[in-house]
Ligand binder design. Structure first.
Ligand code: 3PG
Length: 374
């Protein structure tokens, strides 16, 4: 894989870069978004080296792209581009269609330096990994940079097919992600613990499976713990749990390495956070760990009343001296909001991609960069 950081500065001067970012950010996370913060690293690096930047991203999952009009306002990148513009302190021009000839002319004629295309998933070519769509995109720039770890598990045109047409590099953020994940995948210092929360459990079981021989404990919370409870016939009332994963959860619930909350916060028949005793127990386990992998919150952290479990564990990690990696948009934005980022050795912009990578599945976006031989 070739890294943007290793490119000769003379090569960059005066060129136009197609920069794939993952700006799939929920409106309420825009204020404390790790993805926006990290995006600024490569943008600023490129601007410093006199490169025009055309940002590519998707947002959400548009259904039936042939009938896109009514979904456009909700899934537009307009607000994201404004938020990013504030973070990098630069005007960002958003193109609302994929008329590549017009866009190229507008970029060439403009004195501005940063541009963005509208949500790529508005075009069916993106998710179909269409060569044609990728070729159209590639027409806009001189080289391509993938700085979107969070979508590198998807075989999409702006992640994979585009590398057939342009010299392609890993951006500064992606380079950090790859190096951080290498640390936990190859030889994680032990004891290794994994903390799993959030809604869905199926991808998370994949991580437990992959790391099983290396882990000492898996600490569970949120919908993950609720799913294990439901699988063990412990009543969960109206609580969120993954109904499709009860069988696999039942199998794994017998493992001695998987630890469940001893007490929880319940309101109106719903489990909304882990309780005090659980926080104490989990914190003492965290203190023994040398490596910590964490994906997904311990409770319904959208509401401030139920953030205590997640925030307390982030604090406990700060007291341990070793390597920790935390991913997932909600968890990382809460960590940033509470100014606890110094407690974590590496915050990943990946949510699903983090679980995918840790489960040992192929990452088509990384493979495409590996294969690129311009
Ligand atoms: C994410 O937010 O996890 C990525 O942008 C991937 O989105 P997707 O699951 O819709 O492909």
């Amino acid at each position: 894989m070739k890294y943007l950081s290793q490119l000769n500065k003379k090569y960059l001067n005066g060129k136009t870069c197609l920069l794939r970012l993952d700006l799939n950010i929920q409106d309420d996370e825009l204020k404390n978004s790790l993805r926006l913060k990290r995006a600024s690293l490569t943008i600023n690096f490129l601007l410093k080296n006199n490169v025009k930047v055309i940002i590519l991203s998707h947002k959400g999952r548009p259904e039936n792209v042939s009938n896109i009009e009514h979904q456009k306002s909700k899934l537009s990148l307009k607000d994201v581009s404004k938020a990013l513009s504030d973070v990098v302190d630069k005007k960002i021009i958003l193109f609302e269609n994929f008329d590549f000839k017009k866009i190229k002319k507008a970029v060439n004629d403009s004195n501005d330096k940063v541009f963005m295309l509208e949500n790529l998933r508005f075009n069916s070519g993106e998710e179909n990994n269409s060569k044609n769509f990728a070729k159209g995109l590639s027409f806009l720039g001189d080289f391509y940079v993938n700085d979107a770890f969070a979508v590198s598990h998807r075989e999409n045109a702006s992640v994979c097919a585009i590398t057939d047409f342009l010299p392609s590099y890993a951006g500064l953020e992606l380079e950090m992600e790859i190096k951080a994940f290498e640390k936990v995948i190859k030889n994680p210092p032990k004891p290794l613990i994994i903390i799993l929360g959030g809604a869905k459990i199926s991808d998370k079981i994949g991580v437990i499976k992959k790391f099983y021989s290396k882990i000492s404990w898996v600490l569970t919370g949120g919908g993950v713990a609720n799913t294990f409870f439901a699988a063990k016939n412990i009543p969960v009332g109206k609580s969120l749990y993954d109904k499709n994963s009860l069988t696999i959860a039942k199998e794994w619930s017998k493992s001695k390495k998987i630890i469940f909350p001893q007490d929880v916060k319940i309101e109106n028949g719903e489990i909304l956070d882990i309780g005090k005793k659980t926080i104490e127990n989990y914190s003492s386990i965290i203190k023994k760990a040398k490596t910590i992998i964490w994906n997904g919150p311990m409770g319904y952290i959208e509401n401030e009343k139920y953030q205590n479990g997640t925030v307390s564990l982030a604090r406990a990690i700060g007291k341990s001296r070793d390597f920790s990696i935390v991913g997932g948009g909600e968890t990382t934005s809460l960590i940033l909001k509470k100014h606890l980022e110094k407690n974590i050795k590496f915050l990943s912009i990946g949510g699903g991609a983090m679980l995918w990578y840790l489960s040992g599945k192929k990452m088509p976006g990384l493979e495409a960069l590996d294969k690129n031989n311009f």
